[in-house]
Write a protein that binds this ligand. Structure first.
Ligand code: SF4
Length: 278
């Protein structure tokens, strides 16, 4: 790539200052910065959509918004060539199974974006019998894009936020880039679809509850906090009468004031009429 295609000023590391006249041709930078720059400038999203949000994602890819400006136009139809999963739409319990399987098939480093209210938390279908209340119950989400649906501009903003996140990662910090740790990473357990969805990570809890149910003990009973009874102070008749008296007194004073003003206005009017007649 020639220096005309690549703006070297993006690559400078401020820790190593360069004279201004050299900045167009020479860059002194860190490995992390080059690595992050190359990844953030060539994110390949996986080509799949789940519901209405996918229409906005398609709109973002088309000419009016054109996310190829961010190096993201190569939407791949296979997880093996993708490094970004945009979960665009309602995630049903039936679909979460292949979604997690596809995520496991993506090579690392990989990122997940929850696009829209449904993918972020269930959206208008939250706690529906067939809907997962947010993809983050199963996958590690890097960026959430709110909205129902989010506009293409919002999705672009989310993509830029993801690029900023990548920019901030360091190869020296394994918390930032866990995929360079020792040994192969563990795949995310694939949920099991049965009468309801089962997350294998909760197997111990599910087993315990099943044992309790088999023993005829209450399971999943929500414990309500104890009710604290409060005794209301009931005003006595004398107190009520005193309050009514105060109210009556105030009302009487107000009426008296109105009458006094009315009389004064009438008196002025009579005086004016008398002066005219004379
Ligand atoms: S967030 Fe709204 S627009 Fe997006 S999939 Fe859910 S219902 Fe459809």
């Amino acid at each position: 790539m020639s220096s005309k295609e690549l703006d070297l000023r993006q690559m400078h590391d401020t820790e190593f200052p360069l004279p201004m006249e050299m900045q167009g041709n020479v860059a002194i930078t860190s490995l992390s910065k080059i690595y992050n720059w190359s990844r953030r400038s060539s994110m390949w999203p996986m080509l799949f959509g789940l519901a209405c949000c996918a229409i906005e994602m398609i709109g973002t890819a088309s000419s009016r918004f054109d996310f190829s400006r961010f190096g993201m136009e190569v939407m791949r139809a296979t997880p093996r060539q993708s490094d970004l999963m945009i979960v665009s739409g309602t995630v049903t319990k039936k679909m979460i199974v292949p979604i997690v399987r596809l995520y496991n098939q993506m090579p690392e480093p990989k990122y997940v974006m929850a696009m829209g209210a449904c993918a972020s938390g269930g959206g208008p279908f939250k706690e529906g019998y067939n809907v997962v209340s947010g993809i983050d119950k199963y996958l590690p989400v890097d960026v959430y894009v709110p909205g129902c649906p989010p506009t293409p501009q919002a999705l672009l903003y989310g993509l830029i936020a993801l690029q900023k996140k990548i920019d901030g990662q360091s190869l020296a910090n394994l918390d930032d880039v866990p995929w360079y740790g020792v040994g192969p990473s563990e795949p995310t357990p694939i949920p099991i679809l049965g009468p309801d969805i089962i997350d294998p990570r909760q197997m111990d809890l599910i087993r315990r509850q099943a044992e309790l149910a088999a023993a005829g003990m209450p399971v999943g009973v929500r414990e309500l906090p104890p009710v604290i009874k409060t005794v209301k102070a009931i005003p006595s008749k004398a107190a009520k009468a005193a309050v009514a008296e105060v109210i009556d007194e105030g009302e009487a004073q107000r009426r008296e004031e109105i009458m006094r003003r009315r009389q004064a206005v009438l008196a002025r009017k009579r005086a004016r009429d008398a002066a005219k007649g004379a």
